[in-house]
Ligand binder design. Structure first.
Ligand code: ZN
Ligand code: ZN
Ligand code: ZN
Length: 266
């Protein structure tokens, strides 16, 4: 059987504020390069009609409209920060389109956070239950370290440090190839380095040059990606400190900054 191919669509390449920042007049926030407009993080991974959504940002609805996202067969939330989770309600449109509930994957701590924030979804009132039309229908799957099959993919998550708390890295394997995503990461631990090693496509947190307690710098992310021997590496969760064009010039092949709307084969 020939190997299947997947497409990875970058829905958002930006940090938690999005770029431009509200009220900022810096050169990046006022840039005319569309690649300097960075929505909050999300990746849409599709293969043969099956679509896995990694993170549902507050920009998710606009991203889906802008890039023609028409299916979400499963969603995975990496951690329960607002910039990765607050678009969850907009999954209900895909319930309607597909006429089915959507499985939602998250590690246990993140799932607890989602249940708390989205109490009206997971523990609806009687009145809300009667008018289910307005609620997303999600089937929660709290996951641990073990790989889980999701559609055509085998997906594994790994807890990674993210400042004072944790996020997770996501590995999506398909027919021997691997996508690795660690959008929110403050330190590349040995298990994360092992996950990145030899990936076909890897996304790593590259917020900015100045150190940040919860994110990697551009140089730290680039060094980790180069050391991993990944076939293609992309920085993601980028702030408003660096123009896309400057970052692109600065990074050695096979690295580049990601940008909203970038489509990459896996
Ligand atoms: Zn984030
Ligand atoms: Zn700015
Ligand atoms: Zn975060």
């Amino acid at each position: 059987m020939p190997a299947r191919t997947a497409e990875v669509l970058v829905l958002g390449s930006g940090t938690s504020t999005g770029v431009p920042l509200i009220g900022c007049t810096c050169p990046v926030c006022t840039s005319s390069d569309p690649r300097d407009v960075r929505a909050r993080c999300g990746l849409h991974v599709s293969c043969e009609g099956f679509a896995l959504q990694i993170d549902v940002s507050p920009d998710f609805r606009a991203q889906a409209l802008r890039f023609g996202v028409s299916r979400v067969d499963a969603a995975l939330v990496t951690h329960c920060h607002a910039d990765h989770a607050l678009g969850l309600d907009d999954l209900r449109r895909f319930n309607t389109l597909q006429g089915a509930p959507i499985p939602l994957y998250a590690r246990r701590t993140a799932m607890r956070g989602l249940r708390r924030i989205f109490g009206y979804v997971f523990e609806p009132s009687d009145a809300a239950r009667r008018s289910r039309l307005y609620l997303p229908r999600l089937v929660p799957h709290a996951i641990g370290d073990a790989p889980v099959p999701i559609g055509p993919f085998l997906v594994r998550t790994l807890r990674i440090p993210h400042g004072p708390s944790f996020s997770c890295a996501v590995e999506v394997a398909l027919d021997g190839r691997r996508l690795v995503v660690a959008s929110d990461c403050s330190r590349v631990t040995p298990p994360l380095a092992a996950m990145l090693r030899g990936a076909d496509l890897a996304f790593l947190d590259g917020l900015r040059d100045r150190p940040h307690s919860a994110h990697l710098t551009v140089d730290a992310a680039a060094a980790a990606l180069l050391a991993s021997g990944c076939r293609r590496g992309r920085l993601i969760h980028i702030g408003h400190d660096i123009l896309h064009a400057d970052l692109l010039r600065r990074l050695p092949a096979p690295l580049a900054p990601s940008f909203d709307g970038e489509r990459l084969p896996l």
